[in-house]
Design a protein around this ligand. Structure first.
Ligand code: TUI
Length: 311
């Protein structure tokens, strides 16, 4: 399936893996790229040296294109931005902010730059700033989220910009991919489904929580202080939401979540840790290899899109 995104990124299939903190490391990124999609290393809050090492580890496994996601709230964002220039990373995506100040350096070092946007206004600004494409991410996503749904955001961003749009948030199978293409997207980005991939280093208990999740099992913490995070409900979200409702100050709430994502992803503490996942978790039923996931989604989407205009 050829689209403006497969051409732009030199990949076979228009499926991109999200840059999930702790999960999106070299094993997962290499497996997604090897399966014909675009694997992404999630820099999240990691130091720049970790990012450089992960990029080099992927390169030992495959020559195929990969990307790095820069989480713009990270204290290491400036250093990570510089490492991506030095390592000549072919694709850079960004999240949780406006990457305007890095755009020129990344473009002039030859990277394709694809910011995640949660509004039409930011999409327009990114196009003016030289972005090659944007990822329109709906509130169905796991982790840090915006307010608009994928169904409403994607077509409005598609109408507002002339660069290609990648849809994200709530997409977990070929039906979701086909629907996104009908809204005008030229590729999709998936997170939750890849968390459960065989090649994902995520703890078995975390994967199990996603597999067992039902449609309405996620909660959003942090709305009161402007950093909403979607995650699966557990003891921690219960306590957090109660304290948030009582008006407990941000600093105290933040203390509750220090190291909590790592505790869940690496140590498997799904009770008191942060189990980030999107609303589509209820659809994810089994652990599969990245190749199986991508082949299944492509087969289903292409059958649905037969005769439709998707390129
Ligand atoms: O970035 C994400 N998802 C994430 S990042 C993350 S790590 C984290 N951990 C704890 C606290 C905060 C972050 C976990 N999940 N997705 C991309 C995304 N970007 N979603 C929404 C946005 C977004 C929202 C508003 C991007 C830009 C924006 O506007 C900023 C502006 O300045 O206009």
């Amino acid at each position: 399936m050829k689209t403006e995104i497969t051409e732009l990124l030199q990949i076979e299939k228009p499926i991109i893996q999200g840059g999930m903190a702790w999960v999106a490391e070299h094993n997962l990124a290499a497996a997604v790229s090897a399966a014909g999609g675009l694997g992404i290393i999630g820099a999240a809050n990691a130091p720049a040296d970790w990012v450089r090492t992960e990029i080099r580890k992927v390169r030992e496994i495959t020559d195929l294109p990969i990307g790095v996601n820069v989480m713009l709230l990270s204290p290491y964002a400036d250093e990570v931005a510089q490492v991506l220039v030095e390592e000549k990373v072919p694709v850079i995506t960004t999240g949780a902010g406006n990457p305007g100040k890095y755009m020129e350096m990344w473009k002039s070092s030859g990277s394709k730059v694809i910011p995640v946007v949660a509004s039409v206004a930011l999409a327009r600004m990114m196009e003016r700033g030289g972005a090659d494409a944007v990822i329109a991410e709906g509130t169905e996503s796991g982790g840090h989220i915006g307010a608009a749904t994928t169904m409403t955001l994607v077509p409005q961003v598609v109408d507002a910009v002339s660069i290609p749009v990648i849809a994200a948030g709530g997409i977990g199978d070929g039906r979701g991919m086909a629907a996104a293409f009908m809204l005008g997207a030229k590729a999709v980005q998936l997170g939750t489904r890849f968390v459960v991939a065989k090649e994902s280093i995520c703890h078995a208990s975390y994967k199990e929580r996603i597999i067992k999740a039902k449609d309405i099992d996620s909660a959003v913490t942090g709305r009161s202080h402007g950093h909403p995070i979607r995650q699966l409900r557990n003891q921690m979200t219960k306590e957090y939401l109660k304290k948030e409702q009582e008006g407990v100050p941000f600093e105290e709430l933040e203390l509750m979540t220090v190291g909590a994502l790592r505790n869940a992803v690496i140590d498997g503490d799904v009770k008191n840790g942060t189990v980030m996942a999107g609303q589509i978790a209820g659809l994810v039923k089994k652990e599969q290899t990245c190749q199986e996931i991508i082949d299944e989604i492509m087969k289903e989407a292409t059958a649905l899109l037969q005769g439709a205009q998707y390129g």
